[in-house]
Design a protein around this ligand. Structure first.
Ligand SMILES: CC(C)(COP(=O)(O)OP(=O)(O)OC[C@H]1O[C@@H](n2cnc3c(N)ncnc32)[C@H](O)[C@@H]1OP(=O)(O)O)[C@@H](O)C(=O)NCCC(=O)NCCS
Length: 195
């Protein structure tokens, strides 16, 4: 039985505009800026992310990453974005709408990171605010989910500020920095209100 139709996806989807930022699909030409920003941010990001593979910041791994992204977009499984500031067009971070589930769920999960030099300047708040209408209107999702480690004060405050509601607590939910860690579970529905 067909419940809800999937939204057809193209390999490259249009940029998503935000307030002082825009989000677009990663491209090979982003490699140098991305690798430089990730390397500079390693100590800042590592405690909150899965362990980085040894070759993660190489061009070959970035090409593989782009191939995986293209496959995911084609199959309507994930929408990866790099975040750029305006008016400078600097790459400031990344945000991925992943684990898209169609059928009766129509849900997806949000993941994000900001470069260390750009932290606490409101970039991720504005990126999440931009991706919310993309998720509910363009992709026609019903539910946006996110999870974070309870001690991640920045992530907790980002989610609560952008209208996500705390719904639960999952034990040893994700393997972060090499350890299975408990997570707070958050979700936002279209009608939920945030800043
Ligand atoms: C979480 C993260 C993406 C937030 O990005 P950001 O661009 O710095 O966020 P913003 O500047 O939009 O701030 C969002 C809220 O978090 C708060 N915040 C940001 N950094 C904080 C920190 N280190 N401690 C406490 N609160 C913090 C901000 O004050 C703001 O809340 P407020 O407006 O109520 O003051 C960023 O801290 C990050 O990449 N952290 C490491 C990786 C990570 O945690 N990924 C997510 C895993 S779930």
């Amino acid at each position: 039985m067909a419940f809800f139709r999937s939204v057809p996806s193209t390999e490259i989807f249009p940029a998503v505009p935000g307030d002082g930022v825009y989000l677009r699909a990663p491209q090979l030409s982003d490699f140098a800026e991305w690798a430089t920003l990730r390397e500079a941010s390693r100590d800042f990001l590592a405690p909150w992310e899965p362990i980085w593979p040894a070759d993660d910041l190489t061009r070959a791994a970035f090409r593989r990453r782009l191939r995986r992204y293209a496959e995911d977009i084609r199959n309507d499984l994930a929408y990866p974005f790099f975040i750029f500031d305006r008016p400078h067009n600097n790459l400031v971070g990344g945000l991925t709408l992943a684990n898209i589930r169609r059928g009766v769920a129509q849900a997806g999960s949000l993941g994000y990171w900001i470069g260390v030099h750009y932290a606490r300047k409101g970039y991720m708040t504005r990126a999440v605010q931009a991706v919310i209408p993309f998720s509910f209107d363009a992709l026609r999702l019903h539910r946006l989910e996110a999870a974070c480690i309870p001690s991640n004060a920045a992530s907790v405050s980002l989610l609560e500020k952008t209208g996500f509601k705390r719904e639960g607590y999952a034990r040893e939910y994700l393997c972060i920095d090499g350890v299975w860690q408990d997570h707070l579970l958050y979700a936002r529905l279209k009608q939920d209100v945030g800043a």
